[in-house]
Design a protein around this ligand. Structure first.
Ligand SMILES: C[C@@](CO)(OP(=O)(O)O)[C@H](O)COP(=O)(O)OP(=O)(O)OC[C@H]1O[C@@H](n2ccc(N)nc2=O)[C@H](O)[C@@H]1O
Ligand SMILES: Nc1ncnc2c1ncn2[C@@H]1O[C@H](COP(=O)(O)OP(=O)(O)O)[C@@H](O)[C@H]1O
Length: 283
């Protein structure tokens, strides 16, 4: 990271609710979800290479170099922009993987935005978001960096202003596969679509939660534990579960009462992502 000329955050997200309203012919699910960012995330460093190569200098255990979303995002931007430049990239991985808080998607978005800046490839936000969608349904919201009500497979975004409470996010020590949850026969896919306004005043639910609770006892236990203090909910397809608090102290107090077997972190909900805050400082 010390050789990086540009460092940028890749924040986590929460799905404050997640309704599955249907399934498309290609198997992908139609959703209604509310995304908010957290002021907690990974950190990426970038340095320019003149030889066109992409090197992730800090590989993740179990993720082959060329399948890492960071490398895939960098190569996609190279292809689309036609640049002859390359990059060395460093990742300080802080977010749990398979947690439903979007770590991989956020890393991909930060790479697209960061390299577009470093390489001066000049793609606008719409083109970067469209590229992001080719890497994952969750990437566009991170590219745009504004809390949003999402429809479609999560790519039709309507920016919203939400309150910015503190969240306690508990991290059950289990990896939940998004593909497994979406292919579960017992998953309900018929929540009636709701109008935006009725969703923003709290409420909603996560259709994936009953499936994940039944299949992953670690997640079920985390929900039981957290529910003793605050209404708790699953984010995305899990494994992470969260509750909200009006201030940091209250969230910290509950965090201290969770058992050591259930790691957790406290972070504030944000309507503008840390990535976009940093970009504004750079501009
Ligand atoms: C559920 C959500 C909610 O924000 O987040 P996570 O829990 O993964 O963080 C997302 O929709 C996940 O987005 P993302 O993690 O980018 O998923 P992708 O890589 O595009 O898809 C993984 C797999 O999930 C299934 N999938 C994903 C999204 C969707 N709308 N319908 C689906 O059926 C597909 O089978 C796909 O092969
Ligand atoms: N940079 C990356 N960070 C995290 N996961 C990655 C990355 N690149 C590829 N992956 C793959 O994506 C999977 C899901 O990652 P992640 O986005 O952290 O979970 P979720 O979608 O549940 O929030 C990981 O298990 C891993 O195989």
């Amino acid at each position: 990271m010390q050789h990086a000329t540009l460092t940028l955050p890749a924040p986590a997200k929460l799905n404050l609710f997640l309704h599955i309203t249907g399934r498309r012919a290609d198997g992908y699910h139609e959703l209604q979800t509310l995304f908010q960012f957290l002021d907690h995330g990974d950190e990426l460093g970038f340095a320019l290479r003149e030889d066109g190569e992409i090197h992730l200098r800090t590989p993740i255990d179990g993720v082959p170099h060329d399948s890492n979303l960071i490398v895939r995002a960098a190569r996609l931007l190279q292809q689309e922009s036609g640049t002859a430049l390359g990059a060395d990239i460093w990742l300080d991985k802080r977010l749990p993987m398979g947690g439903g808080i979007g770590g991989g998607s956020s890393d991909a978005a930060t790479t697209l935005v960061g390299l577009n800046h470093l390489w001066q490839t000049g793609l606008d936000e719409d083109r970067l978001a469209a590229l992001g969608l080719r890497l994952g349904a969750d990437v566009p919201v991170f590219v745009r960096g504004r809390a949003a009500f999402a429809e479609g497979v999560g790519e039709q975004l309507l920016a919203v202003e939400l309150s910015e409470p503190w969240f306690l996010v508990a991290v059950p020590q289990v990896f939940v596969s998004t593909a497994e949850v979406f292919s579960a026969p017992e998953l309900t896919r018929n929540t009636p679509p709701i109008k935006v306004r009725s969703l923003l005043e709290g409420g909603g639910h996560n259709d994936c939660q009953p499936v994940v609770e039944a299949r992953y006892p670690e997640v079920r236990n985390a929900l039981i534990l957290l529910n003793k203090f605050v209404p708790a909910r699953l984010t995305g397809t899990g494994a992470c579960v969260f509750g909200s608090f009006p201030n940091r102290d209250d969230a910290d107090k509950v965090a201290r009462q969770l058992p050591a077997t259930l790691p957790s972190f406290v972070a504030q909900g944000r309507n503008i992502s840390m990535l976009h805050r940093r970009l504004k400082e750079l501009a």
